[in-house]
Write a protein that binds this ligand. Structure first.
Ligand code: CO8
Length: 258
C-alpha cells in the first residue's frame, strides 16, 4: 500500500514505519495520523511480524501536531471530531512491541507518540519537549500524564510549564529514554533490538509487555497478582518447554509461536 506521509517497510520479522513529511519536520497532520493507524493495523495483523520500529528523519522524529492545520479549529470542532483520541491513541493500543527510534526534534505530539511506544532509543542529537504552552494550549495526547510517570513531577512540571527542550543525555538521565546512541547507529540499534524481541515467543512477549504496562494501571498488590497469573500461564505454553529444554541441552531455542 502506498502512503503519502509515511513509509512502511518489512525487514525480516520487524515492521519499520518512517514518518516522512520533511517539509514540515514530520508534523503530525490528520493524514499522517490516519496513515500511521493503517500501517500499525497492517503490522498487527501480519503474523510474520514480531516487533515494530517507529522512526522519523535525522532532523526530526516529529515536531508535534500540525500547527497550520490546527490553528483555526474551535472548541466544537475538536470536541466533535474527538481530536487526538480519534487516531493518535492507536499507538498505545498496539499489542506487539513498538520501539521509538528518535533523532532530532520530538516535540509536543511528537514527544507524546514516542512515549506511547514501549521504549525510546534516542540519537545523541535528539531533543524532547512539550512546548504547547508557548502556543496557548496544553499537551493533549498524554504529555502531562505519560511524561510525569516517566520523569517524575519536578522535571515534567519544568518541561510542561516552561516549554523548554531537553537533550538526549538529560532525557536518559531522567528515565524518558532507554538508550542513547550515536546518530548514525540509531536505526541499526533499534532494528537489532526489535529483531531480538521478534525472535522470542510472541505470546510470551505479549504477556511481558502487558504485565509491565499493568504497573501503570494498578496498585502494586494487584499488579503483582496480575504478573503471577501470567507467569503461571507461561508454563502452559510449548515455548516454555522449548526454552527450558534448550537451556538444559545447551542449544538455541526454536520457539514455535513467533
Ligand atoms: N506544525 C506545522 N508545521 C511545522 C511544525 C508544526 N508543529 N513544526 C515545524 N513546522 C514547519 C515550519 O513551519 C517550517 O515550514 P515553512 O518552511 O513552510 O515555514 C518547517 O517545518 C521547518 O521548520 P522551521 O523553519 O521552524 O525549522 P527550525 O529548524 O528553525 O526550527 C523547531 C525547528 C524548533 C522544531 C520549530 O519548527 C518549532 O518550534 N516547531 C513547532 C514545535 C511545536 O510547538 N510543537 C508542538 C505543537 S502542538 C502539539 O503537538 C500538541 C497538540 C495537542 C493538541 C490538543 C488539542 C485538543
Amino acid at each position: 500500500m502506498a502512503f503519502a506521509t509515511i513509509e512502511l517497510e518489512k525487514k525480516g520479522r520487524v515492521g519499520l514505519i518512517r514518518l516522512n513529511r520533511p517539509q514540515a519536520l514530520n508534523a503530525l497532520c490528520d493524514e499522517l495520523v490516519r496513515e500511521l493507524g493503517t500501517a500499525l493495523n497492517e503490522l498487527e495483523a501480519d503474523s510474520a511480524i514480531g516487533a515494530i520500529v517507529l522512526t522519523g528523519s535525522e532532523k526530526a522524529f516529529a515536531a508535534g501536531a500540525d500547527i497550520k492545520e490546527m490553528k483555526d479549529r474551535g472548541f466544537v470542532d475538536v470536541l466533535v471530531a474527538d481530536f487526538i483520541t480519534n487516531g493518535w491513541e492507536r499507538i498505545s493500543t498496539v499489542r506487539k512491541p513498538i520501539i521509538a527510534a528518535v533523532a532530532g526534534f520530538a516535540l509536543g505530539g511528537g514527544c507524546e507518540i514516542a512515549m506511547m511506544c514501549d521504549f525510546i532509543i534516542a540519537a545523541e542529537n535528539a531533543k524532547f519537549g512539550q512546548p504547547e504552552i508557548t502556543l496557548g494550549i496544553i499537551p493533549g495526547a498524554g504529555g502531562t500524564q505519560r511524561l510525569t510517570r516517566a520523569v517524575g513531577k519536578a522535571k515534567a512540571m519544568d518541561l510542561v510549564l516552561t516549554g523548554r527542550m531537553m537533550d538526549a543525555a538529560e532525557a536518559e538521565r531522567s528515565g524518558l529514554v532507554a538508550r542513547v546512541v550515536a546518530a548514525e547507529k540509531l536505526l541499526d540499534e533499534a532494528l537489532a533490538a526489535a529483531e531480538k524481541i521478534a525472535g522470542f515467543s510472541l505470546p510470551i512477549v505479549l504477556m511481558a509487555k502487558e504485565s509491565v504496562n499493568r504497573a501503570f494501571e494498578s496498585s502494586l498488590a494487584e499488579g503483582i497478582k496480575f504478573e503471577r497469573r501470567l507467569f503461571h500461564a507461561a508454563f502452559g505454553t510449548e515455548d516454555q518447554k522449548e526454552g527450558m529444554a534448550a537451556f538444559v541441552e545447551k542449544r538455541k531455542p526454536v520457539f514455535k509461536h513467533r
